[in-house]
Design a protein around this ligand. Structure first.
Ligand SMILES: Nc1ncnc2c1ncn2[C@@H]1O[C@H](COP(=O)(O)OP(=O)(O)OP(=O)(O)O)[C@@H](O)[C@H]1O
Length: 619
């Protein structure tokens, strides 16, 4: 079924209150003072007072927004803990029920059955749709129609030709009637000024995910795009939105209060900012030519004052790049609406719809008034998330380049055994391996600070970023590292997912993350866009055996050298003769769902939340 579209008609627009409240409207009421006195006082203060008053109002507004952000994050944490509790209880219940029957079965059968049942318990989550759609039982059955068609010579190719082309680029496609792969941007009908601009940035040929993903999205299809880190997913999901916005703008120009056409959701403020900056450069390149209209894009993230961007909302709005919390806030305050929003893309989608953000995503869905095109992208996408996402999309096309969760093959992975107390000193030695820029990852915020302090003492130009830093500190760290002013960035997970720094030579993982997905994202900050890079990872006695096993299999899969201490780790499942599939919860190759560190981590966090511990980090 498809819902009637909400038509935009100029003549029927009723005068509505301005969607965006200007700063002045927030000012406090003042006591009555006679006109003459007021005028005199005003003249005297005209120069200084006006400025400071405006600044105070803006500061107040910013403080208020920051407080609201904090509250939302607190709520999200509570919701996350609640969900994790439910999930674990379900998993434990399944385990205990099966315990009696299990006595008769072989070890292998037992393990497989337990895994399947835990997976089924997880998969019973409500699909991703708005509450209204779920309540009304609204089921869309057809993909959205767009005016885009592949060029005739492509459309006339046989299925066998498409298949060979996909095979050439290692693209696996699943889903009904997938659009054809196209080997260059011009044949995809990307506007000439943009093709020229991309060329000037040395983007001359689509990468495999772009080659299949862009035609799929241009054709209006819902999709799940999985491709290794640094393979150009951002362009693959932004370009279709830009084209859709151009098409909509050409039909009827957007005016104040209208839009956006589409939204890109990101799990962190830093990633949203980076994607926003990309969209700005691409839309500016189009507008510069004069043949295409200027598209307006809004960055909607916590920690920044929306007052600074109020000018964007005085015009029609085409694209929003957002983190979930601030987006919900803006939608609730009706600063803009999703009445005509047709495109929803989630970057690092596994993280977005994994525990924690799922309810936010469902909440965001409820602001849509019509069917939308939904796209999910990530380098890691465990089966659990893929299955769940598939149910929520309309005739989805799955575009997969390599195994979901596999490491980028352009990264040389070196794993070294380093005792805890020797790490700092060895780190200095490690920094000599390559010229800068270098990123050092640690899972622990205090350790991030300690490493930075140590490096500064040793004369290394280092900045640090983690979740407890203020927005300004985070922005400063990213800016100075990106510009080359600083050689080394020490980071917690916040900087791992999706951030695209120029030519990182070396990633050093000071403390190995428990979840192998995080490792894949972290080493993926180097070896981007076809270049090569090195990742050095420190492990020792404190690294859990399961994590080491995941790492061992990942190295084997990528054809990397496996050091002797990893080779000697036995896989208990190997004796059971089972085939090695990725864990459906985290994608790790070294364990099954019943001993997944991600689920164990959920349990740990649950206990921490019971104790009232501050699990604020997130990053
Ligand atoms: N077709 C292309 N040819 C060459 N370089 C490209 C191409 N497309 C994108 N790039 C560049 O590759 C780099 C990585 O792109 P992007 O950040 O989109 O990767 P990603 O797949 O989203 O990675 P991650 O999973 O880490 O988020 C960027 O600097 C981008 O400009």
């Amino acid at each position: 079924m498809s819902e009637p579209a909400i038509k935009r008609r100029r003549t029927q627009r009723s005068p509505s209150p301005p969607l965006y409240k200007l700063d002045d409207e927030n000012d406090n009421v003042e006591l009555y003072v006679p006109v003459a006195q007021r005028r005199q006082a005003k003249l005297a203060k005209l120069t200084s007072w006006g400025n400071s008053r405006e600044q105070t109002a803006r500061q107040k507004q910013q403080e208020q927004e920051e407080r609201e952000d904090e509250e939302r994050e607190e709520e999200r944490r509570k919701e996350k803990a609640r969900k994790e509790r439910t999930l674990l209880m379900e998993a434990q219940e399944v385990h205990s029920k099966k315990a009696q029957e299990d006595a008769k079965k072989t070890e292998q059968e037992k393990a497989e059955e337990a895994d399947a049942e835990i997976l089924a318990a997880i998969a019973s989550r409500r699909k991703l749709a708005s509450d209204l759609e779920l309540a009304k039982g609204v089921q869309y059955t057809e993909s959205l129609k767009t005016s885009w068609r592949p060029p005739r010579f492509v459309a006339e190719r046989s299925e066998e030709q498409h298949r060979r082309l996909r095979e050439k680029y290692h693209i696996i496609v699943e889903g009904e009637d997938p659009p054809p792969p196209i080997e260059n941007f011009t044949d995809m009908k990307v506007p000439e000024p943009l093709v020229k601009f991309l060329k000037s940035k040395r983007i001359t040929k689509p990468t495999p995910i772009q080659l299949q993903g862009i035609p799929t999205a241009f054709a209006g299809r819902d999709m799940i795009g999985i491709a290794f880190t640094g393979s150009g997913k951002t362009l693959a999901f932004c370009l279709p939105l830009i084209m859709l916005a151009l098409e909509e703008e050409a039909k009827l120009p957007y005016i104040r209060g209208e839009g956006p056409v589409g939204v890109v959701l990101c799990p962190s403020r830093e990633l949203a900012t980076q994607t926003y900056e990309n969209v700005l450069t691409w839309t500016a390149a189009l507008a510069k030519d004069g043949k295409y209209p200027q598209l307006n894009t809004l960055l909607c993230i916590g920690g920044i004052s929306m007052g600074d961007q109020s000018h964007v909302l005085t015009k029609g709005l085409h694209i929003v790049v957002a983190t979930p919390g601030r987006l919900i806030d803006m939608l609730e305050k009706r600063r803009f609406t999703f009445d005509n929003c047709k495109y929803l893309c989630m970057d690092e989608a596994d993280r977005m719809i994994d525990l924690g953000f799922e309810e936010d995503v469902r909440n965001i869905m409820s602001f849509f008034k019509r069917q939308r095109q939904t796209l999910l992208f990530s380098a890691t996408m465990p089966r659990k998330i893929q299955d769940f996402a598939q149910q929520s999309l309309v005739k989805p096309v799955l575009v997969n380049v390599g195994r979901a969760g596999a490491a980028n093959l352009d990264v040389l992975q070196v794993v070294e055994y380093v005792k805890q107390e020797a790490k700092m000193v060895y780190l200095l030695e490690c920094l000599q391996k390559t010229p800068p820029p270098v990123i050092i990852f640690s899972e622990n915020k205090n350790e991030v600070d300690d490493i930075q302090e140590y490096l500064l003492l040793k004369g290394v130009e280092a900045v640090a970023i983690h979740g407890s830093k203020t927005q300004e500190e985070r922005q400063y760290a990213i800016k100075s590292f990106k510009s080359g002013a600083k050689d080394v960035m020490v980071a917690s997970g916040v900087a791992s997912k999706g951030l695209d720094f120029n030519d990182i030579q070396h990633v050093i993982i000071f403390s190995m993350p428990k979840e192998i997905e995080d490792y894949v994202h972290q080493i993926g900050r180097t070896g981007r866009s076809g270049k090569t890079g090195i990742a050095t990872t420190f492990v020792n006695m404190s690294t859990p055996e399961q994590t080491l096993l995941d790492l061992k299999y990942l190295l084997l899969e990528a054809g990397q050298k496996v050091p002797p201490f990893l080779q000697s780790i036995e896989d208990p499942r190997a004796a059971q003769g089972g085939s090695l599939k990725g864990c459906p919860v985290c994608g790790g190759l070294g364990h099954g769902i019943s001993n997944c560190p991600k689920l164990e981590d959920a349990q740990r966090r649950q206990m921490a939340s019971h104790r009232g511990a501050d699990d604020k980090g997130g990053y």
